[in-house]
Design a protein around this ligand. Structure first.
Ligand code: ADP
Length: 342
């Protein structure tokens, strides 16, 4: 999902490798999401005591909040191998059959963007999740027969940014579902502190909290901004210590504003406030106006703007609140909504 967000900043292999290195490997290192952590811990402990694979797990929430990391932790903490796949890679039931039949006993299968799997594969997955069995169709038309195939028991960890798009029969087959929330600034400070130590960047607390404040409640963004601050100190400083002025200069350079909104967030707000006079406006119209996919707007941009009270979703469309006008320095329309109206 990350590539949806950052078209201006190419992510190369080195960046991905660093992102991988910064991932916490255990639940105790995983910052925040306290409730979900406790629930997962119980699930994993019970499975370990009974020496069986853990129940299937569904994780939902915006990109960068730790869904892939939690899947890796589930595999790591239960001492099982991990297989990574994604919905868009499973376009036929045959793709899923090949994947499932190659799993070893107890393996953890992570399917990212599970809502984007082909419908025929979804139906195969129901039976696989419930009975560890699939039916393989052989032949076509009247002569077609189905051959049952037993699978090794496995744990499916599904991740989705759009849990509303998951069909109920699929959702019901997950033994545990959790929605990841945006992180509080204090939690992001802990993520940044840990990453800064691993990257060898010296950050005074005030610089840490400035990055946290501008990270859109998202650990992936916090780590990314930290890497840009580190770059800035390498080029303009001593390559190690970053003071608040360095943080400001680096983040301004990358168009991250004082509250962490980036270019696309602001483009959506600008369109809503200036072009559509605060709305209501439909999602697809808004998406065309800013030249982005409606899915990106809906799963990446909107959740945060709604969360900070800048935007509301009403039956008639998207609307801007007084706070959004204030942030853009625009004069509010007479009918503008207050956060409390939403
Ligand atoms: P998602 O799969 O939800 O898009 P990821 O699991 O890939 O998100 O997380 C993105 C990055 O953010 C990871 O590299 C990881 O280092 C960091 N991260 C996410 N959640 C946490 C957390 N709770 N504590 C520390 N780091 C985190």
């Amino acid at each position: 999902m990350d590539e949806l967000r950052d078209t201006a900043e190419p992510v190369d292999d080195t960046e991905l490798a660093i992102e991988g290195a910064l991932r916490p490997a255990s639940l105790s290192e995983f910052v925040g999401q306290q409730k979900v952590r406790g629930q997962l811990q119980l699930l994993l402990d019970a499975a370990r005591i009974q020496q069986r694979p853990a129940d299937h797990i569904l994780l939902s929430g915006p990109p960068g909040l730790g869904k892939t990391t939690l899947a890796m932790i589930v595999a790591h903490e239960s001492g099982r191998p991990l297989r990574l796949s994604s919905g868009p890679a499973i376009q036929h039931a045959g793709d899923l059959a090949a994947l499932l039949s190659s799993l070893t006993p107890g393996e953890v299968l992570f399917i990212d963007e599970v809502h984007r799997m082909a419908r025929s594969a979804e139906e195969m997955l129901y039976l696989a999740m419930e009975d560890f069995r699939i039916d393989i169709m052989v032949g076509k038309g009247a002569g077609a027969t189905s051959i049952p195939l037993d699978l090794a028991p496995f744990t499916l960890v599904g991740a989705t940014t759009r849990s509303g798009l998951l069909p109920n029969p699929l959702r019901d087959r997950f033994g545990f579902t959790a929605h990841l929330e945006y992180y509080e600034p204090a939690e992001l400070e802990r993520v940044i502190e840990r990453s800064a130590m691993m990257l060898g960047v010296g950050l005074p607390p005030i610089a840490r909290s400035e990055i946290a404040r501008r990270s859109r409640g998202t650990p992936r963004i916090a780590n990314r901004l930290l890497r840009r601050v580190r770059d800035y100190t390498i080029v303009h400083g001593d390559g190690r210590d970053a003071d608040p002025a360095t943080v400001d200069a680096a983040l301004d350079l990358y168009d991250v504003d004082a509250i962490g909104l980036d270019r696309l967030d602001r483009a959506v707000l600008e369109a809503l406030v200036r072009r559509f006079r605060g709305g209501p406006v439909g999602l697809s119209t808004l998406a065309v106006t800013v030249g982005e996919e409606a899915e990106t707007i809906e799963s990446v941009v909107e959740p945060y703007l709604v969360r900070i009270g800048f935007m509301g979703r009403t039956p008639r469309g998207r609307v801007a609140t007084r706070e959004a006008y204030q942030h853009l320095g625009a004069a509010p329309a007479e009918s503008v909504l207050e956060i409390d109206d939403l």
